[in-house]
Design a protein around this ligand. Structure first.
Ligand code: GLN
Length: 540
């Protein structure tokens, strides 16, 4: 019998519901339960793959090739599990199934209605995910905030599940408590209002997690308890933390697992977060910095700078730096800068290493090429990921192999030297505008070449990594490029697709067609990020 914990947000989004879900899941896992976590995104998009990353954040790719929300990545990293595509659902996905079933006469001639058929499909999906994950406890994070029209049907699904099995379904409201600077006091009213909104859809939260800049004091807790109809022990303080990895420990300090397990009628089987605490000690001891520049283009929204788009890359760098007890000092730089101000390239020498992550389209690419040329020549450790690999191959073709007009078909399909071209099975899809969920997605095997940096990093010949791309290195240029010194360090087992390139006579120049960042873990950094950081520490 699975227990279900719904996490819903109050007051506003972006206050760390994903981290809260992953942290609660981590604590319960450390008590000896088999825990899984799923995310509900209330938009019509069938998956996150068709959304602008600046709007939505990183598109996280699962082993089985689903393009999901970045919170799925947080669950994988916290729980040290691979999450299946069944653990992700959107409004689009739910409606798509219901409409398909209707077309297949699966409703037996009934009038198919939003209620109850949509919540019923949501419940079916939740139960299926729990079954596939063999979860004793399933966390369900509902995107958005209570009171939004968009997530009402998902809350209705939760209410229905609770009504049927009240002892197996729990609700956690993650709510924000502002401390307006002119008032100087933490205000509980918005949380009270959020609770009322939740009550109005028939849900009484079991736990209220108060997110705020600072810890909630006793008077605040009592106020929330009284007005929101919960025990004061069920008001949990969740202040801002230096790193997301502190949150499980902070929540457990407040006694959250005791409250949850009691309500679910469960008993802890193991004691605590021992390994997690040891990992945090290592984080705290990491003082000496390692300085890494991440060069991309999805950073700005209005006057604000975001790094969410590259969250898995950032976490990979952090995990690898902490592994060596180094403090990760990460800098986000917009590649367009180097197009407008090439003299800024020399500032790159200030960093111990440079990463160019995945990307799409033309904007900022020439800047990235200039950056790669610089780090190649100045021997600054470089890690290229997906587009960061394709562009590295183009840079090498242009400036080392003498193919001046080298390019990718993604930018200029008429270039005489298409070093990067579209994969044959992708051509038709693009022509027919079949963009959604059709890239080369998910885990594929790769064979590593002996004697390469990559082979040494992984310590084995056969690996598997996750992909998300339409273009590939053009095999027609393989000979020319390798003759000029490029090393093909990894290919698909049939040798048809180039998966990793490296350079000779360089301290660390490794670029992958896949996305290693999706497989990093706090206590087990990804081997390529680990070796990249090792090279960065070693010095240029
Ligand atoms: N735009 C490139 C492609 O589609 C790279 C994709 C990526 O970086 N994820 O092949």
């Amino acid at each position: 019998m699975t227990k279900y914990i719904f996490i819903v947000g109050g007051v506003m989004s972006g206050v760390g519901k994903g981290t809260a879900s992953a942290s609660i899941a981590k604590i319960l896992q450390s008590k000896g339960f088999r825990v899984s976590a799923m995310k509900i995104d209330p938009y019509i998009n069938v998956d996150a793959g068709t959304m602008n990353p600046v709007e939505h954040g990183e598109v996280f790719v699962t082993e089985d090739g689903d393009e999901t929300d970045q919170d799925i990545g947080t669950y994988e990293r916290f729980l040290d599990i691979d999450v299946n595509s069944t653990n992700y659902m959107t409004t689009g996905r739910v409606y798509q199934t219901v409409i398909e079933k209707e077309r297949n006469l699966e409703y037996g001639g009934k009038c198919v209605e939003v209620v109850p058929h949509i919540p019923e499909e949501v419940i079916r999906r939740i139960k299926k995910a729990a079954k596939i994950a063999r979860a004793e406890i399933m966390m369900i994070e509902v995107g958005g905030t209570v009171g939004e029209y968009q997530n009402a049907l998902f809350l209705e699904a939760g209410r229905m599940m609770h009504q049927k099995n009240p002892h197996d379904v729990l609700f956690v409201l993650v709510s924000y408590l502002p401390v307006p600077s002119k008032i100087g006091e933490m205000k509980t009213k918005p949380t009270q209002n959020a609770n009322q909104l939740l009550n109005s859809v028939g849900i009484q939260p079991d736990i209220i997690l108060g997110r705020a800049e600072c810890p909630l004091d006793e008077p605040r807790k009592r106020k929330i308890a009284m007005f929101c109809n919960v025990d004061v022990k069920d008001v949990i303080s969740a202040p801002d933390a230096d790193s997301v990895y502190e949150v499980p420990v902070n929540l457990e300090k407040e006694g959250i697992s005791k409250r949850i397990l009691k309500k679910l009628g469960l008993r802890a089987r193991k004691k605590d977060l021992k390994e997690w605490r040891a990992f945090l000690r290592k984080v705290h001891e990491s003082e000496k910095p390692v300085r890494i520049a991440v060069i991309g283009k999805y950073f700005s929204t209005g006057d604000f700078t975001l790094s969410d788009v590259y969250i898995s890359v950032i976490e990979s760098l952090k995990h690898a730096a902490w592994h060596f007890k180094r403090k990760p000092e990460l800098h986000w730089l917009n590649s367009e800068l180097y197009e407008k101000e090439p003299e800024r390239l020399k500032d790159l020498s200030l960093y111990d290493g440079v990463v160019i992550p995945g990307g799409f389209g033309t904007r900022g690419v020439e800047g990235k090429i200039a950056v790669i040329k610089y780090v190649r020549e100045k021997k600054i450790p470089y890690l290229g990921l997906c587009y960061g690999m394709q562009i590295a191959a183009i840079e090498f073709a242009r400036h080392v192999a003498g193919l001046r007009s080298a390019n990718t078909a993604e930018i200029d399909a008429s270039s005489p030297h298409l070093i990067v071209h579209i994969m044959p099975d992708q051509e038709g899809l693009v022509r027919q505008k079949k963009y959604g969920g059709t890239m080369r997605l998910g885990a594929y095997p790769c064979v590593l070449k002996p004697g390469t940096i990559s082979r040494g990093a992984y310590g084995k010949k056969n690996i598997s990594e996750r992909h998300r791309h339409r273009y590939e290195l053009n095999n027609a240029y393989r000979d020319q490029l390798t003759k000029a010194g490029l090393i093909i360090a990894g290919t698909s087992p049939d040798n048809k697709l180039v998966e990793i390139i490296e350079l000779k006579n360089h301290p660390f120049f490794v670029a992958t067609q896949f996305h290693p960042e999706f497989k990093t873990r706090p206590m087990a950094p990804h081997p390529l990020f680990r070796e990249f950081i090792r090279a960065a520490i070693r010095g240029k």
